[in-house]
Structure formats: C-alpha cells, structure tokens
Design a protein around this ligand. Structure first.
Ligand code: ZN
Ligand code: ZN
Ligand code: ZN
Length: 462
C-alpha cells in the first residue's frame, strides 16, 4: 500500500477505535501488555466449577472483549522483537542469576562461599577481521603489519585504523577471499556439542584431580552452571558461563574441602583445551577438527572487587535478550531458494548465510540443520541456559509475578474470589493472531504506551 493510503487507513482505524464504546476495556488490555510491541491475541473461555456440586460458578469469554480477543504480552526474550517484553526477561534473568551467586529466591546465602568462576570460551580465529582493541583507555590500531605480503587475492593483510565503536567494517574480514567461512559456520553449528563435551570433560577432570571415579565424585559434588551465548561482530558465538561447585544436593549443600577455586580453574582450563568435534570430509572440504579458541578466560566471581556478582548477573542478563542481530544478520528464517543478493544485509553475514545453505545441502551434514539455522549463521543452540541446580527458575519467577497480577485482578473485580481447593478451573485458549494494526498502535501511543510508538515507526505492526 502506498504510504499516503496507508496513513489514511491507519487514521480511519484509529478514529474507529477511539469511537468504540469499549475503548476503555481495550485500553486496559493494552496497558496490561506492558507496552508489548506485538501482543498475542487469544480467543477462549475460562470456566469455574464447584468441585462438590459441578455447578458453573463463573464463566469468562473473550466474546465480550473488544474484537473478541484478549491481548497478552508476547513474552519474547529478544530485544529486537519487543523491547518491553525483553526488558521483563532481562530483569527476571538478572534476579535468578544473582540468586545463584549471593542467595535469595529460595537459594541459601551460603552459596556465596562456594567456588565459582566466570568463564569465557571463545571461538578460534577464522582469519583476521577489523577489530576495535582498547588498552588502558587507548584505542589501538586494528591489525597493523608493516611488511605484510599481499594475499593470493592481492590484498595487503594490514589495517592501521583505530576503529570507532560504530565503524561498519568491525567484524568484517581483511580479505573475504581468505576468510574461512566454512570453519566459521561449522563452529557455530557444533558449539552446543562442544559445550556438552566441555561440561563432561570438566567433571571427569575434577574426578581425576581428586583421585575419584565419576560416580564417587557425584556423591561429593555437583557442577552447576548458567551460560549465555554471545554473537561476536565477526558472526561466531562465544560462551560466557558461571560455573559453581556445590555439595551433592545442590546449592544448599557445601562442596568438599578439596574442591577449591584453584582446582576448578585447572579443570576448566584443561577441559576447554581437551574437547573437539570432528567434521567428515564433505562438499570439497577436507575433514576438520573444531575446538574452542586458545583464549580461555576463567576468573573468580567475588562480592567486591573487579568481577562482582552484580556485574556478572548484568552481563549474562544483557546477552540473554540478544540473538545474532549484532552480527548483522536477519531475524527470520531464510529459504534455500531465496535470492540472497536482495537481503538488506552486509556482505559478510550474506557470505556466512550462503555458506550455511551450501553446506546444508550435504547429506552428511544434515544433522547440523544448517539451512534452517542459516539466519543464525549456523548456530541452533539455546542462547541462555542453566543447569537444574543453578538457582530458582524463570518459571518460578514468572509464577510469583502472575500470582501478584491475579491478586490485583481479584481486587479489581475481574475474577471472582473462590477458594482454589473447592473450584475446578477449565480454560480453553486458541491463538487468534498477534501484533497491533497501525491504527491501534497510534491509539496505544496516544494512551501512553511508548513501545507502541516504536512499533509505529519500526514497521513491525501488522
Ligand atoms: Zn512483547
Ligand atoms: Zn581495521
Ligand atoms: Zn585474500
């Protein structure tokens, strides 16, 4: 639709909404979504029955709601899709990560005395890229090589620029012809397996250091972790993890005296270097062995000092709301027949996507599902995960919040006050769409939902 027609249509929609006798109810729904940019529309009923007599006590139906639907927040973790819901996710993640470091939310405070490291597992180099390096507050030249011989593509592999944070070239190879695109996407694809192998090797090495068998080790301690994947500008993932040693029953029990921060550091460094994933020879490529990069950073987390619990929780929570968008890729699946040259992205992510599609066509690599995850540059893992014993769960934190919201609904008369033990609740919900139309986004903005303004100008409405 041409812009002028689109605007006229949106204004007509907005006027209809403003004149709707149920505007107040609609506005309340929008306010309840907390500024969600793409609320989910639900159609359905909730019935309350008396358990003893089977009598229907109360029936709620969306048929009486504006447009016959209830709008609820999308609850995405991804800031690129909905800033308001991602902010809720970030705050929840922050609290649960911090609880695992200092206690709270059902985790005893004694957890802060357990050996605990903040570990960064990097990706290896796949060729020099433009980077911004800082040392003592000074920006260093990117990749200076005085006598660099030209590469086979005739480029001199040297860059003396001191790049700004917003420089477009950051993360781009000095020579795309020399860059190992195959290695880069295969590394992303096996990163979840590498992590799994790392965690297994870590337990095995702890057992070796203590002179125990694995089952004996399990009787003395568990390794708890919370991890997050971060996309680098060059389009590969790094893993940041909190790794903590607990007694056999998790954070409430103390680990054995031999299990110190030092022992954990040695085990982490050993495991990070020891694990590999082998890719068979395919698509004209030789077999290759993938492993973590040589830079393994493992630092103790302390309550004061350089690396505090707040800093680490803030860091993990921030990355938990991001995906691969920092690497300049698209936030949607790509079809194998799509013309990549039309995608509104830079050449480097375009080449990474093309490599995913090329390798994804090989039978032998089918398990890596590179075509489905081409928009994630090959990575199909979870961005943010925790082991069972780490601390409380997001579900619990959300349940606490919902309980609070329910108490509010009861007091404002939206739900009847029944004793939950005597009442059977039957809810039937159906998905009925998502998002705000342009007209609705306009009215949402008028009633003071700032995220809705973003959706007006961000083009995500629909
Ligand atoms: Zn949302
Ligand atoms: Zn450079
Ligand atoms: Zn080259």
């Amino acid at each position: 639709m041409p812009v002028a027609h689109r605007n006229a249509h949106a204004i007509r929609e907005a006027i209809t909404r403003l004149n709707d006798p149920r505007l107040a109810r609609w506005a309340a729904q929008i306010r309840h979504t907390g500024g969600c940019r793409q609320p989910i529309h639900l159609h359905g009923t909730v019935e309350h029955y008396d358990r003893a007599t089977g009598r229907l006590l109360h029936r709620y139906s969306t048929n009486r709601e504006p447009d016959g639907v209830l709008r609820v927040p999308c609850k995405t973790r991804r800031a690129s899709r909905c800033p308001a819901c991602a902010e809720t996710y970030r705050a929840d993640t922050y609290h649960l990560i911090r609880a695992g470091l200092t206690g709270g939310k059902g985790v005893p405070e004694s957890v802060s005395t357990h050996p605990c490291l903040f570990v960064t597992l990097t990706a290896p180099s796949f060729g020099p890229v433009h980077t911004r390096r800082e040392q003592g507050g000074r920006i260093l030249p990117c990749h200076p090589r005085r006598d660099a011989a030209p590469c086979p593509h005739g480029r001199v592999i040297s860059c003396t620029a001191r790049h700004g944070v917003d420089d477009d070239c950051l993360g781009e190879p000095l020579c795309p012809g020399c860059y190992d695109y195959t290695g880069s996407v295969l590394f992303n694809a096996v990163a979840p397996v590498l992590w799994k192998r790392f965690a297994d090797a870590l337990r095995r090495h702890l057992a070796t250091l203590a002179g125990l068998t694995l089952p004996r080790l399990r009787e003395q301690l568990v390794v708890s972790f919370a991890k997050v994947a971060e996309f680098q500008w060059r389009g590969v993932v790094h893993v940041h993890a909190i790794i903590r040693l607990d007694g056999p029953d998790g954070p409430a029990t103390a680990p054995p005296a031999w299990a110190t921060c030092d022992v954990l550091t040695r085990a982490v460094e050993h495991a990070a270097q020891a694990v590999t994933v082998t890719i068979p020879p395919v698509a004209g490529e030789p077999a290759r062995v993938l492993r973590w990069g040589t830079q393994v950073d493992a630092r103790p987390i302390t309550l004061t000092g350089e690396l505090t619990d707040q800093a680490v929780a803030g860091y993990i929570a921030k990355y938990a709301t991001k995906a691969a968008e920092c690497a300049g890729t698209l936030d949607q699946r790509i079809s194998p027949t799509q013309d990549l040259s039309c995608l509104p992205i830079r050449d480097h992510p375009r080449r990474l996507i093309a490599e995913c599609l090329r390798l994804g066509a090989c039978e032998e690599l089918a398990d890596l599902r590179l075509v489905q995850w081409a928009h994630m540059l090959g990575f199909r893992g979870h961005f943010s995960t925790r082991s069972r014993h780490y601390s409380t769960t997001l579900t619990q934190i959300r349940a606490e919040r919902q309980h609070h919201a329910r108490a509010e609904q009861i007091t404002t008369g939206r739900l009847p006050l029944f004793d939950e033990d005597d009442v059977l609740v039957i809810a039937r919900w159906e998905y009925a769409g998502r998002g705000l139309s342009l007209g609705d986004a306009l009215v949402a903005a008028l009633i003071g939902s700032p995220a809705a303004v973003l959706s007006l100008f961000g083009g995500e409405a629909g």
